[in-house]
Design a protein around this ligand. Structure first.
Ligand code: ATP
Ligand code: ATP
Ligand code: MG
Ligand code: MG
Ligand code: MG
Ligand code: MG
Length: 258
């Protein structure tokens, strides 16, 4: 583009490149999704289709952006971890954040009908986002643990709350009953009053969702004698694992390799 006398306005832009040698986390969260979930009659406390839609968007994110090495999602939020050496858009925070939020939102809208074939999208879903840098893989693991512990606390509370409400308590009564109740007492309440074993609820509700790349064996073709020709390929996969303990990370050391 030719220089013009107006070119100087460019000087007002500030350098927002994130520091090198840091893992980058982008966390997005649905704006006013409590209302959004009411408007679209989400099942309470966990609408499976809504979670599956969020997960499909996250899978699409990893397919679109190779620098995302891991994603963790729960409720209306998703965290995306970019590798510490990423040079994506020269690590410019505003570029990374805006691309993440807009791509995710666009896929959410595009895929809505796939997950809610009988529900019209009544208003535009939108997400906020933030970018945070973490200097060590250990802190990334702690970050992800923080989100998963939050998932557990919220899900346990919401499961109790909605069982009480669905059994006839008012929302206020349910709230009062659960105020200050210990975690083990909440499990006890579910078991005693509703015969529900918390640990038997779907892992997606209890653990949230993890998206990452894993080696999978695929049949690419069949040879002349009809035998399958296989090859190992990296594929974006989804699962509901415990990421607080060491097992998952021991089995997938390459994800957060420094
Ligand atoms: P904010 O704009 O501040 O994020 P919010 O209304 O989105 O406000 P959050 O704290 O982000 O509040 O919580 C998201 C809310 O969205 C949940 O409390 C729940 O009511 C609803 N929600 C999100 N996903 C689901 C789902 N899969 N099933 C049922 N409800 C959901
Ligand atoms: P980047 O990702 O770096 O922004 P880009 O391909 O989007 O790359 P831009 O400099 O933003 O490049 O230019 C946008 C391009 O999109 C234009 O050069 C043109 O080719 C195309 N484009 C955008 N809007 C229109 C339009 N209304 N009609 C025709 N072409 C368009
Ligand atoms: Mg929020
Ligand atoms: Mg929200
Ligand atoms: Mg939220
Ligand atoms: Mg452009």
């Amino acid at each position: 583009m030719a220089n013009s006398k107006f070119e100087y306005v460019k000087e007002f832009e500030t350098d927002d490149r994130l520091p090198p040698s840091n893992w980058i986390v982008v966390r997005i969260d649905g704006c006013h999704f409590h209302q959004f979930s009411v408007d679209h009659a989400f099942e309470k406390p966990n609408d499976e289709n809504a979670l599956n839609l969020m997960n499909a968007c996250a899978v699409s994110m990893l397919e679109q952006f190779p620098d995302i090495v891991f994603a963790y999602g729960v409720s209306d939020e998703y965290s995306f971890v970019l590798k510490e050496t990423s040079q994506f858009y020269q690590r410019r925070a505003s570029k990374i954040l805006s691309l993440t939020v807009s791509y995710f939102t666009a896929v959410y809208v595009m895929k809505w009908k796939e997950f809610f074939p009988h529900k019209d999208l009544k208003r535009p879903p939108f997400f906020d986002g933030r970018v945070v840098c973490y200097p060590r893989a250990k802190i990334i693991r702690d970050y992800l643990s923080w989100r998963q512990v939050d998932c557990h606390i919220n899900n346990q509370y919401n499961t109790c709350f909605w069982m009480l409400v669905k059994s006839g308590k008012t929302e206020r009564e349910a709230q009062e009953m659960l105020k200050g109740m210990l975690s083990k007492d909440k499990n006890e309440l579910l078991f005693q009053q509703f015969g529900a074993n918390y640990d038997k609820l779907p892992a997606m509700f209890r653990k949230g969702s993890c998206v990452y790349r894993d080696k999978v064996e695929e049949t690419v073709k069949f040879d002349l004698t009809g035998n399958p020709v296989k090859r190992i390929r990296k594929k974006v996969v989804l699962g509901h694992f415990d990421i607080v303990g060491p097992n998952f990370w021991r089995e997938h050391p390459e994800i957060l390799e420094e």
